[in-house]
Design a protein around this ligand. Structure first.
Ligand SMILES: [Zn+2]
Length: 152
C-alpha cells in the first residue's frame, strides 16, 4: 500500500470509527419493556424492519383516542392527527411533543428520517416532509408498533 492510499484509508477508518459509538449508543438505549411483544413486533421495533402495507387494522381506525407505543405504552399520537395517506401504513401529521427522537437513515440507497420512541428507543417508522397538515409532516408508522386506546 502506498503512503497516499494508507492516509486515505486511515481517514476513512477514523471517520468510520467515529460513527460507530453513535450507533452503539442508539442501540443501547433500546430496551424491550413489554415481554409480550410478538416476533413481528420485535423485528420492526428493534431491527428496524417494516410491516407489509395494508396489513394493519389501524389503517381503518377512525375513533377518537390516543396511539401508544406497543413496547413502553408512551402516548405518541392523538387521533385527530391521523389521516389516510394511501400508503397502506397508519399516517399522522404530527406527534405529541417529545414523543419521538429521529436519526437520518441511509438504508435502501435513500436518505430518510427514521423516528423512534423517545422513552424506550423502539423504532416506529419514517417521517417525510410531504404531509397535508400545517406541520407539513407525514409520520409513516408501522401499525404493529402502536396500541390504540379509544377515548372513554
Ligand atoms: Zn416506547
Amino acid at each position: 500500500m502506498n503512503k497516499r492510499k494508507f492516509i486515505k484509508c486511515s481517514i476513512f477508518g477514523a471517520f468510520y470509527f467515529s460513527l460507530t459509538p453513535i450507533n452503539l449508543s442508539f442501540a443501547e438505549t433500546k430496551k424491550i419493556i413489554n415481554k409480550n411483544l410478538t416476533e413481528a413486533q420485535k423485528k420492526i421495533m428493534f431491527d428496524e424492519k417494516t410491516e407489509r402495507p395494508y396489513s394493519s387494522p389501524l389503517n381503518y381506525e377512525k375513533r377518537e383516542g390516543f396511539y401508544h407505543c406497543a413496547n413502553c405504552d408512551a402516548k405518541l399520537f392523538k387521533s385527530n392527527s391521523k389521516f389516510d395517506s394511501g400508503t397502506g401504513w397508519p399516517s399522522f401529521t404530527e406527534a405529541l411533543p417529545g414523543a419521538f427522537k429521529t436519526k437520518v437513515d441511509y438504508s435502501f440507497g435513500m436518505k430518510r428520517t427514521e423516528y423512534h420512541c423517545a422513552n424506550c428507543g423502539a423504532h416506529h417508522g419514517h417521517v417525510f416532509d410531504d404531509g397535508p397538515g400545517k406541520s407539513g409532516k407525514r409520520y409513516c408508522n408501522n401499525g404493529l408498533c402502536l396500541i390504540f386506546k379509544p377515548a372513554t
